[in-house]
Design a protein around this ligand. Structure first.
Ligand code: MTE
Ligand code: MO
Length: 167
């Protein structure tokens, strides 16, 4: 009897260790060497264009999950908070993300604090083409399952990001 209970507990602990909620892990990918500008950063009245090499200059992290637009695999990128801090945008009242399709969504300070968001630069190790939700995507790995289950909103999972503005 106790054997059954122990086996159940051991199973539960193992499952929790092996299958965390799409947790962010350090990535072993080599940062890009591409100098082609793919992102416009607007901070107050300063505008800059960044390449994949410049975006991936920070530590890379990854998570495995299924995105509601269909992609299932490994999403790699930089932590949004670190990226904003590196570009002096971390104390902006609002940060706006603009897609190539002109879709826009913003995050306020509370949203930036409450969840770990990843600015995705790669899918399954490769840069993401413009016509396949690239070049950059905003995702919340810890919410991936809740979004698929219809329990959490995905309006701030912007894809095809080409511009980020702080004010
Ligand atoms: N670039 C871009 N990102 C986007 C959107 C979009 O139209 N363009 N739609 C947003 C909204 S409103 C939602 S609910 C989810 C899912 O959008 P969909 O229902 O149009 O697939 O993606 C979000 N990210
Ligand atoms: Mo939506």
């Amino acid at each position: 009897m106790t054997g059954v209970i122990w086996r159940f507990l051991a199973g539960a602990v193992l499952a929790a260790l092996v299958c965390p909620l799409a947790a962010l892990e350090p990535s072993a990918l080599e940062p890009s060497t591409s100098d082609r500008p793919i992102l416009t950063l607007v901070n107050g009245d300063e505008t800059r264009r960044l390449s994949l090499r410049e975006i991936e200059a920070l530590d890379l992290y990854e998570a495995e999950f299924r995105h509601f637009e269909g992609k299932e695999g490994t999403f790699t990128g930089v932590r949004l908070k670190e990226f904003l801090a590196a570009h002096g945008m971390d104390d902006a009242r609002r940060v706006r993300f603009i897609g190539a399709d002109d879709y826009t969504a913003f995050l306020d300070q509370e949203e930036l604090r409450e969840k770990e968001r990843l600015l995705v630069t790669r899918f399954d190790g490769e840069p993401i083409p413009m016509n396949d939700l690239g070049p950059l995507m905003l995702v919340v790995p810890e919410d991936a399952e809740a979004v698929l289950a219809g329990e959490t909103s995905m309006t701030k999972w912007v894809w095809s990001i080409v511009e980020i503005r702080a004010r």
